[in-house]
Design a protein around this ligand. Structure first.
Ligand SMILES: *[C@@H]1O[C@H](CO)[C@@H](O)[C@H](O)[C@H]1NC(C)=O
Ligand SMILES: *[C@@H]1O[C@H](CO)[C@@H](O)[C@H](O)[C@H]1NC(C)=O
Ligand SMILES: *[C@@H]1O[C@H](CO)[C@@H](O)[C@H](O)[C@H]1NC(C)=O
Ligand SMILES: *[C@@H]1O[C@H](CO)[C@@H](O)[C@H](O)[C@H]1NC(C)=O
Ligand SMILES: *[C@@H]1O[C@H](CO)[C@@H](O)[C@H](O)[C@H]1NC(C)=O
Length: 436
């Protein structure tokens, strides 16, 4: 790790003089705005669904904040290009973006990016310049907030979902599962190391670990054939949506049709929380029929979301007619909340740097994604997960799983009835069309 760190420092130094060359993307007309309360930066990858939703949500947050408080902020957006650090690419895009935001655009805080590889680079630059960085990257290693004093983890820890996955496995009494996961740094520090223990606690085990390299597709059918020779028919899939789709399409086409009766597929949050983006995409959704998913829940029935939802759809459809549908996912709400938290803190303090950072850490409000509060520089994780089941052109919400000894329930309203047994929820539509 030390070598890694040194590498950062050298790159950051090299960039201090280099930053003017970076391209400015996004941003607003700042002429004549001298009542502006602050400048906030964001590093996104808007070539993908997540970044597109985040951009729209952050712009809405700035507008809404102005409507509520008469305080305006300038939003400086940068494109991260999505690629994690490639050693050959020097300096790497997120690093250029962060340096440029800080040195040229003079932002007081940065939100994003989404991958841990990118977030660590941005955190390094931010911490060197005393600029708070609100990372939306899912898994962040526990030591990160100690190493980078200006890093705030503004999306919940991925680990919270592990118990929900284990509860689903336990509820049907499955003893063995096969774990298929995308072999990324994120997986290695997030869910994967903790899943075996969680399953063990409910009397189940992982019979096979199958790591698939990102973007792999050629080896998938071979891999699936091998797995099909095992007795185990319960699969847990932890991967990005694109890889999961390739996997399901491959499984469906196989001679031993693995998307048929007697097979069980459970996807974790990284796939499930993006399923909304493929509604209406016939080939994709048809290859996922019967798949179960465990995903982050958000207060969909609250007045804030009800107000946000139609406005988001309108703006998103206008900016992204190419998308198959215009529903916001949890990550849009997280980006909105992170942006809101920064704006609130800036409104309350005229200082940048340490004071602003301290103020952000005191954040306490009910956001669109849930309660926004930080403990040790980390967003307190939600303890409710939604269990979904893909069917027809879309998916059904089977119900919820809540931590703290509560278990499964059809609703989480006051007076909801909780049960350790998932079978009290809606009937599952299994692969091959079987309902039981
Ligand atoms: C920026 O705004 C000012 C004042 O509103 C306007 O006069 C100017 O034309 C705008 N510039 C651009 C590039 O839009
Ligand atoms: C802000 O408020 C005005 C007046 O109430 C309204 O017309 C406008 O649509 C609002 N903008 C947003 C982004 O909510
Ligand atoms: C914002 O400013 C407008 C016009 O100056 C005023 O009518 C409105 O009440 C203000 N809103 C808030 C929330 O302060
Ligand atoms: C679920 O995935 C989404 C999209 O990547 C992410 O924004 C959210 O933080 C994740 N939630 C958990 C608990 O991992
Ligand atoms: C911040 O600065 C503005 C104008 O410079 C001033 O009116 C306001 O009182 C200051 N707020 C705080 C909390 O210091």
């Amino acid at each position: 790790m030390e070598k890694f760190h040194l590498f950062f420092c050298i790159m950051v130094l090299a960039l201090s003089s280099f930053s003017k060359k970076a391209t400015v993307h996004g941003g607003m007309n700042t002429t004549g705005i001298n009542h502006v309360k602050g400048i906030v930066g964001a590093i996104l990858d808007y070539s993908f669904r997540i970044g597109k939703e985040e951009k729209v949500a952050m712009e809405m947050a700035i507008d809404d904040f102005f409507n509520h408080t008469n305080q305006s902020f300038i939003l400086q957006l940068k494109y991260s290009q999505g690629e994690p650090i490639k050693a050959a690419l020097f300096p790497s895009p997120p690093l250029v973006a962060a340096t440029d935001l800080i040195n040229t655009q003079r932002v007081q805080a940065i939100v994003g990016p989404r991958t841990w590889e990118e977030a660590s680079l941005v955190a390094e630059v931010g911490s060197q310049s005393n600029v708070p960085v609100l990372s939306l990257a899912d898994p962040t290693p526990p030591w990160a907030t100690k190493r980078w004093p200006f890093l705030i983890q503004a999306s919940p820890s991925q680990q919270a979902q592990i118990k929900a996955v284990a509860a689903v496995v336990q509820s049907w009494g499955w003893r063995r599962v096969i774990l298929i996961y995308e072999d990324t740094d994120s997986a290695a520090i997030g869910v994967i190391p903790h899943l075996p223990g969680a399953l063990q606690e409910v009397g189940a085990e992982i019979s096979h670990f199958v790591a698939i390299p990102p973007l792999a597709s050629s080896s998938l059918s071979e891999e699936l054939e091998k797995l099909n020779r095992q007795q185990c028919r319960v699969f847990v899939v932890h991967s990005s949506l694109p890889l999961a789709l390739t996997l399901f399409e491959t499984a469906k086409k196989m001679k031993m049709k693995m998307m048929e009766k007697d097979y069980v597929w459970i996807t974790t949050n990284s796939t499930a929380s993006l399923v909304h983006s493929i509604i209406n995409k016939a080939t994709a959704i048809s290859s996922m029929q019967g798949v179960l998913g465990v995903m982050s829940n958000f207060p969909e029935t609250g007045p804030e979301f009800q107000d946000f939802h139609p406005r988001f759809r309108r703006k998103f459809s206008a900016e992204h007619p190419e998308e198959d549908n215009y529903e916001p996912g949890i990550f849009a709400l997280q980006a909105y909340d992170a942006r809101w938290a920064v704006a609130l803190a800036m409104m309350e303090t005229n200082e940048s740097g340490q004071q602003l950072f301290d103020k952000i850490l005191l954040t306490d409000f009910n956001g669109l994604s849930g309660e926004i509060q930080f403990t040790e520089q980390k967003l307190a994780p939600g303890n409710v997960f939604l269990i979904i089941n893909v069917i027809g052109k879309s998916y059904r919400e089977l119900g919820f799983w809540s931590d703290g000894g509560l278990g499964f329930s059809e609703s989480i309203d006051e007076g909801a009835i909780y049960n350790a047994d998932i079978e009290n929820l809606l009937q599952v539509f299994w692969p091959g069309g079987a309902s039981d």
